[in-house]
Each structure stands twice: as C-alpha cells, then as structure tokens.
Write a protein that binds this ligand. Structure first.
Ligand code: GUN
Length: 297
C-alpha cells in the first residue's frame, strides 16, 4: 500500500549483546565485593526442548562469569522430592536466583512448585507474589520474555507513551504480564493497552488499530499483512517449529507473523529467529544479577 514505508529490523540478538556488556560490568563490581551471582536451573525429565533451553542458560552464566548450577532429576521424580530440592535452593546462599524448567511431568503440580519458590529468588517472576508486585508497579522482578520485548522497544527508540499497544494472546507467561507492564507509568510504558485472543470478535479490526503490535499467539503466520496498520511497530514473540523439507534438520523456526508481507507495512519489525528469543535469556541473567545485588546490600 504505502511504498514510502521501509521497515527497520528490531534485532534482539544485537540488543542482547549490549545488555550482556552492561551485565558484565555489574557482575565484576559484585565480584570485587565478594559476591558471585549464582543461578540454578532445575530440569525434571528429558524433554528435548527443555534440555536445549537449560543448556543455553548454563552456558550463558559461564560466559558472564556467574556461578551456575544445573540440577537434572529423573522423569519419575515425585512432587515431594522436587519440593525438597526447591527448599534447599531457597536456603542456598550461593544461589541468588533459580527456576524450575517447565513443563513438568504429570505427577507434579506446577502451581505447588512455583508457590514453594522464595519470591526473592524467583527470577522467572512466576510466583503469584511477584506477579502481584509487578501489577501494582512495585516489581521485585519482571518476567523475562515481556521484559525482553520492552527492552527491544526502549533500546530501538520506539516511543510507547500514549501509544496503542495491542497484545495478541493472553498467556500467563507472555500476554497477561506484557499488557500489565505496558500500562504502567514510566519509560517504555505509559501505553493504552488492548489484549486480544482466540475469543475476540473482529480480531483483525482490533490489531489494525495498533501502533505497536505484540504477538504471542503460538500460531505460525497468524498475523497477516491485512491485520497491520501502515507504519506499525510489530514484535513477534512466536517460536513455532514447522516442517521444512529443504532444511537439513527437516524443520525450521517461524514466528506468529507473516514476516515477508508484514515487513512491507511495518515501520519496524522483529524477525524470528534473532528477535525476541535471545532477549529472554538476557533478561533472566539481568534478574539474577539484580537478585545478587539486593542480597549483597
Ligand atoms: N519453559 C519454557 N519457557 C520457560 C521459562 O521461561 N521458564 C521456565 N521455568 N520454564 C520454561
């Protein structure tokens, strides 16, 4: 439609590198005062995707000079055994933050486990206390993926104040906290927020009103060009594995947005891969460093 619009790429991969540079300074300052930030990750079972994420988190800790502990428990671990491990980590002074990788095997109740984590060490920001604190604008931590999206907007110079942010998807991990964060007062927020989801009437009519469209629906090519206003900023949180016979792996990663078409309309857009994905781990590391700074005070 509008040949004038040349879209800019918002690259989480590049932005996360500058976040790591800043974190390294804070980590060396902490170390010079005798505190090494420590992150523990608990993995129950052998879900291949979870194994990849857990390995990436441990590797990044080591690159940054942080203390890293990975605890792998067998698939048949009982809830009681996992809660005992959570209790040990709550009391471990060398661990400033930890998380239990989800999903968990069916014999374990996720909510019970999340509720058992000391909110001061809950670097995922999944504990109801921390979700509540974030909602009232007094965050202990920010959840990693929405915080990553917010940093992408801030560090790309996207003005959010008074802008209409439409969040597509209402998950507890992305959509709900994302909406809560963008409606707060302050830099990188101050937005007017609409949340749309699978039950929304005229969803395309709503997304077309977005100045900033944040998509976390979990469906490949869910957002097509006709659903986007000319000049909108589009952030794609989707990570969908789709079959691709042309790829050596037989599959490839795509977002929730029809990137090739939507980029012709957007003023700025994040790709998949290389967009939101790399930001999530950097925000987890930032939360761990912040927890260590608070513990060292
Ligand atoms: N599984 C997929 N993403 C996440 C995450 O951010 N935290 C945890 N604990 N598990 C996950």
């Amino acid at each position: 439609m509008n040949g004038e619009i040349l879209s800019e790429l918002i690259l989480g991969k590049t932005i996360s590198e500058s976040i790591y540079t800043e974190l390294k300074e804070r980590i060396s300052s902490l170390k010079s005062k005798g505190t090494t930030p420590g992150l523990a990750v608990v993995l129950v079972g052998t879900d291949p995707a979870s194994e990849v994420y857990v390995r990436m988190k441990g590797k990044k800790c080591e690159e940054l000079g942080m203390h890293s502990v990975t605890i792998t428990l067998p698939e048949n671990t009982t809830q009681e055994e996992l809660l005992k491990k959570v209790g040990e980590l709550n009391n471990d002074k060398s661990i400033h933050g930890f998380l239990v990788q989800l999903p968990l095997p069916s014999q374990i109740d996720e909510k019970t486990v999340i509720n058992a984590i000391d909110p001061k060490k809950d670097v995922d920001c999944f504990h109801p206390t921390n979700v509540g604190k974030m909602l009232i604008g007094e965050p202990e931590f920010l959840p990693a993926t929405p915080a990553g999206v917010q940093q992408m907007l801030v560090r790309s110079g996207v003005d959010t104040k008074g802008k209409h942010v439409v969040v597509v998807g209402r998950s507890n991990i992305v959509g709900k906290p994302m909406a809560a964060m963008m409606m707060q007062k302050g830099n990188g927020a101050d937005s007017t927020v609409t949340v749309v989801h699978s039950r929304t009437k005229d969803l395309p009519g709503m997304t077309r009103q977005a100045d900033i469209l944040i998509v976390a629906m979990g469906k490949p090519n869910f957002v097509t060009a006709d659903m986007v206003k000319d000049g909108a900023v589009v952030i794609d949180v989707g990570t969908n594995k789709v079959d691709d016979p042309a790829s050596p792996k037989g599959s490839r990663l795509v977002g929730d947005v029809d990137f090739e078409k939507v980029k012709e309309k957007a003023s700025a857009i994040s790709p998949v891969p290389g967009g939101v994905g790399p930001m999530t781990i950097s925000m987890l590391m930032a939360n761990t460093v912040a927890a260590a700074e608070r513990a060292a005070r």
